[in-house]
Design a protein around this ligand. Structure first.
Ligand SMILES: [Mg+2]
Length: 386
């Protein structure tokens, strides 16, 4: 069996990669470097020069070959490697007529607990989102910020005391609405300095969040470890890391109690499996990052199926974050999309490969939408992390 073609496909805000073989098999993958879809697609086309004519079953070898060709690393390279890796695993599953999780050693669970995205422009809307998720049977909510996100074209100013105290008051309200039926995954989106993150963490730990996600920027692992050492809430981080080597350094410094590998960014199923194993060796939980399409969800579920230390799966809702900005309908985008079972879990598919296939008309139905480059500024004109 040989690889015949490797094709990047833009659909809505997603970048997929389709790999076809001379035996008629089609593998599907997705890139997680969503800020740089065009650059990633160009990298996929470059990698195709090597991949066409190769045996698609030599997955680890191709991963090593592409990654170590020039050692440039980083998100664009790894978004491309990841999408290719997922598509190759999909082909392997179809070739052997078995789900990918069977090739990885078999399922350790039949369904994966998920957390639902909660969005809102006010604390009231976020509380309504928690109540709605609870009503639908979810047992965990995430993407749940204690900060109300103003539009990015509005300049920012807040006193320190209001910033921390309002955020803590919001988390208190979230707990009131959630009760003890729903776990809170508090998402900071890298917006705090370490000293702020410690103060906020200490102020909200009485509400027992399941984790505090990305309290500080991902650049300096020691800062994440400092925050983790000062507060009594598990730190979850890793969605911007691009390799298992970075996760190893994070865990060696005690920087996280839960890791958040993005299967579409850390080298696909191959990379994410290694990260789950490194985390397992430290009794650290795995919460795969998954803000993208049902293809990403299907790839994540291979990790959920096989990692003993899996905790929770991010499961996007139907919008891109604001009312009316809808994502493609999963059923019109792919066949085999994972669905919420009404009890806070999604079923893990036993279909061959990763279990999803792109609908033939997806590209026409959902034309590519480029993301605008826009970040928030402080009232003094400097860049703010939001
Ligand atoms: Mg996040």
């Amino acid at each position: 069996m040989r690889i015949e073609s490797v094709t990047p496909i833009f659909v809505d805000r997603y970048l997929f990669v389709e790999i076809r073989t001379d035996t008629g098999l089609v593998g599907l993958g997705e890139s997680g470097a969503w800020g740089f879809q065009e650059g990633t697609a160009a990298t996929v086309e470059r990698f195709a020069e090597y991949l066409v004519g190769q045996d698609p079953l030599k997955i680890e070898h191709h991963w090593q070959y592409l990654y170590r060709w020039t050692h440039f690393r980083g998100s664009v390279v790894m978004g491309a490697v990841s999408a290719i890796d997922i598509a190759l695993w999909d082909i392997a599953g179809k070739h052997f007529e078995t789900p990918v999780h069977q090739l990885l050693g078999g399922k350790v669970r039949d369904r994966a607990r998920v957390y639902y995205h909660v969005f809102g422009e006010t604390t009231d809307e976020l509380c309504e989102g928690i109540a709605a998720a609870r009503g639908e049977g979810y047992t965990a909510v995430g993407h749940l910020t204690p900060f109300v996100d103003a539009p990015r074209d509005e300049s920012y100013f807040e006193t320190h005391v209001r910033k921390i105290e309002n955020a803590a008051a919001s988390v208190a309200r979230y707990r009131e609405v959630a009760g003890t039926d729903v776990d809170l995954c508090i998402e900071i989106h890298r917006r705090l300095a370490p000293y702020e993150a410690v103060q906020l963490g200490l102020a909200i730990q009485e509400y027992t969040p399941l984790f505090l996600e990305d309290p500080v920027l991902p650049d300096n692992i020691d800062e994440m470890a400092y925050v983790a050492s000062k507060i009594n809430i598990p730190i979850a981080t890793g969605e911007r890391y691009t390799s298992h080597w970075e996760f190893q350094m994070l865990l060696a410094r005690g920087g996280a109690q839960m890791v958040r590998p993005d299967v579409c960014l850390v080298g696909g199923i191959t990379g994410a499996r290694k990260i789950a194993a490194i985390a397992e060796a430290s009794h650290v939980g795995v919460v795969p990052h998954n803000p993208l399409s049902p293809v990403s969800t299907a790839a994540c579920l291979q990790i959920a199926a096989t990692a003993p230390n899996f905790v929770l799966q991010e499961f996007p809702n139907e919008t891109w974050g604001s009312a009316g900005d809808m994502r493609p309908d999963p059923a019109k985008l792919v066949t085999g999309a994972a669905l919420h079972d009404g009890e806070g879990f999604v079923h893990i598919s036993d279909e061959p490969g990763i279990g999803v296939a792109l609908q033939a008309d997806a590209e026409q139905r959902y034309p590519y939408r480029k993301r605008q480059i826009l970040t928030r500024l402080h009232v003094d004109g400097s860049v703010v992390d939001q």
